[in-house]
Write a protein that binds this ligand. Sequence first.
Ligand SMILES: Nc1ncnc2c1ncn2[C@@H]1O[C@H](COP(=O)(O)OP(=O)(O)OP(=O)(O)O)[C@@H](O)[C@H]1O
Ligand SMILES: [Mg+2]
Length: 243
Amino acid sequence: MIKIRNLHKAFSATVRPLQGVDIDVTDKKTIVLIGKSGTGKSVLLKSIVGLIEPDRGSIIVDDTEVVGTNQETLQRIRHDVGYIFQGGALYDSLTVGQNLAFPLEKTRNLSKKEIKEKIEYYLEEVGLPEKINQMPSELSGGQRKRIGVARTIITEPKYLLYDEPTTGLDPLTTEDISHLILQLRDRLGITSIAVTHDPYCMSIIADTVAYIDEGVIKFQGTIAEAKEVDDPFLHSFFHASTV
Ligand SMILES: Nc1ncnc2c1ncn2[C@@H]1O[C@H](COP(=O)(O)OP(=O)(O)OP(=O)(O)O)[C@@H](O)[C@H]1O
Ligand SMILES: [Mg+2]
């Protein structure tokens, strides 16, 4: 599991996104992180994979402390924890297949045949086997997100961090991507933290919800429990989900 304790990060005297964040992410569950823009959701995700160094506190992934660790441990953490960037972050000059091969060639000693089989398997997993030879510029926004997911899960991480996986997508594609996230949890047993501003996506994927505000987790619990919390942001968030 991922256990975050008393995590602090400030960029200046006035920009202090994390001021004592505590979160527990249970194995094989998805926790959805919500909160106003600029409250530190992305900073929190980046801290877990060591892209941002917190000022103090603790992030334990399985039994390993991430905060203040060395490069070698960070490499291992990044192998176990996949980070899905907004927009997919594909290499535009490589085909879909080459994009998927990239993380495998970097981290493992696999034969060409094994790499090809994995690429086919994971493209199938995200429902886009026919796109293997396309260029990213030839894909729709939703397809790019799916390929981004495939490229992240191809190294078989135990954890996935999704930063706004459905932002900018139409409702049907949002539903597709949300079901894909659900499938990855159920079929591959992946444990996730997903940041979203989308109540519909949340309603599909969340086992629990965590709400970040003023540098701390103000609430962590089920959607039903979150609906009972007296807070203007949560009120508007859940109201949006019922229109
Ligand atoms: N590398 C950085 N250097 C300086 N300030 C940063 C850096 N990264 C984030 N910040 C600041 O930290 C605060 C939190 O940013 P963060 O990206 O985590 O917000 P967020 O909750 O993800 O917002 P959104 O919902 O809009 O994506 C913001 O004020 C942002 O400007
Ligand atoms: Mg963000």
